[in-house]
Design a protein. Sequence first.
Length: 282
Amino acid sequence: MAHSQQQVHGDGGHVVLPSPTAWPLVLAVGLALGFTGLVTSFSITGIGIVLAVVGIVGWARQVLPDEQHEAVTIVPYALAVETAGRRVTHIEGDATHRATLPLETYTIASGIKGGFAGGTVMILLAELYSVLKYHNIWYVVNLLGGAGVAEWTNPTPAELSSFHLSAFVIAVVIHTSTSFLVGLLYGALLPIMPRRPILLGGLIGPALWTGLLHSILGIVNPFFDSRINWWWFALSQVGYGVVAGWVVTTQGRIKRMQGAPLRVRLGLEMQEPRPESHKEGE
């Protein structure tokens, strides 16, 4: 048994390894040709089957009944291990984890206030366009409210330029609810860009919902889609966003409680004030 182990593992100056073989490659080529012939020619499949059988037989003869080995000479060499011995400068720990940033943000209520303020400015800009283009204040009101009036499938310019109570009520409901919902969405998005509320409201936000309305209004109501001046509409949206962002910046910030312990978030304990050097933006 000791002789068998020495034959497998080798003596002090040699190591016994499995002898190299090319039969697995022959088997692989045979299988590849066999499957290739299914979509090209059956003769190629036949050649592949022959090669696969030859590869299997040759591989089996090399490992059965005893695996073939070869002795490889061991060449010893000295491995020199050296250490630099230099001193590592450690970074000072900080209690403020990156996952808790930003430390301060604006409230959702400030976004809603900004939404109503921006909605007021949007009304003024829309009415300015209506007066300059159509010399009355009811055209844009009827455009907005007419989308919800069932019998207004193809109104005339005279109908769009006159007062209609149903269109007026629907326009007020649509604009008020939209200002509230967009302001609510704006307040929810503020933690993403807490340092640039005017940029978020005046550029990114208007680009998103103007593109959304432009893409769906042509399907919902093609007539009103053709009557809307989208450039002026986008300008009104920018005015909405800039004013909303300005109102948000005047509301002040609150500290986020994301990294605070549960007892602090529940109001059972007071959170210790952070050092001045940890304030955002410094």
